[in-house]
Design a protein around this ligand. Structure first.
Ligand SMILES: Cc1cc2nc3c(=O)[nH]c(=O)nc-3n(C[C@H](O)[C@H](O)[C@H](O)COP(=O)(O)OP(=O)(O)OC[C@H]3O[C@@H](n4cnc5c(N)ncnc54)[C@H](O)[C@@H]3O)c2cc1C
Length: 105
């Protein structure tokens, strides 16, 4: 996400899939982290600090997208179908989609 004196944020860095519903929060948090880093370091060091802070969050969002995607799309194997059934009930959908609690743990 950081290349010398250039950084990418939000969707330009990478897209949070729609079912995670984290695109706006990720873009805003990326921007806030960029500002915070630029307040304490010169540009290149700040962008490295920004990248170190935000890449792990981005990876967790991607992991979450894959986890949730298992019940939206993947039903080829027995394991996928089992996961699909477990997550297709309304309670699971309400508890798991558009909820960013997973970033806190
Ligand atoms: C239909 C839809 C529904 C969505 N629903 C949700 C939701 O419920 N919850 C959620 O969290 N996220 C949702 N998202 C995702 C969310 O909108 C994005 O993740 C978020 O807007 C990314 O913010 P951004 O600032 O990175 O990019 P953007 O919001 O795309 O902003 C990029 C800006 O750059 C401008 N631009 C592009 N090229 C140039 C150029 N060459 N020069 C100058 N300006 C340029 C564009 O006009 C745009 O204003 C949804 C997206 C879509 C498409």
């Amino acid at each position: 996400m950081a290349f010398g004196r250039v950084a990418m944020i939000g969707d330009a860095a990478f897209v949070a899939r729609p079912h995670v519903a984290a695109g706006v929060a990720k873009a805003a948090d990326d921007a806030a982290a960029l500002v915070a880093a630029l307040e304490v370091d010169e540009v290149e060091a700040a962008l490295r600090r920004f990248e170190a802070a935000r890449v792990p969050v981005g990876k967790r969002i991607i992991e979450r997208a894959r986890h949730l995607g298992a019940y939206l799309q993947a039903t080829h194997t027995a394991e996928e179908r089992a996961r699909s059934q477990r997550h297709s009930i309304p309670e699971a959908v309400l508890a798991e989609t558009a909820v960013l609690d997973f970033l806190r743990s």
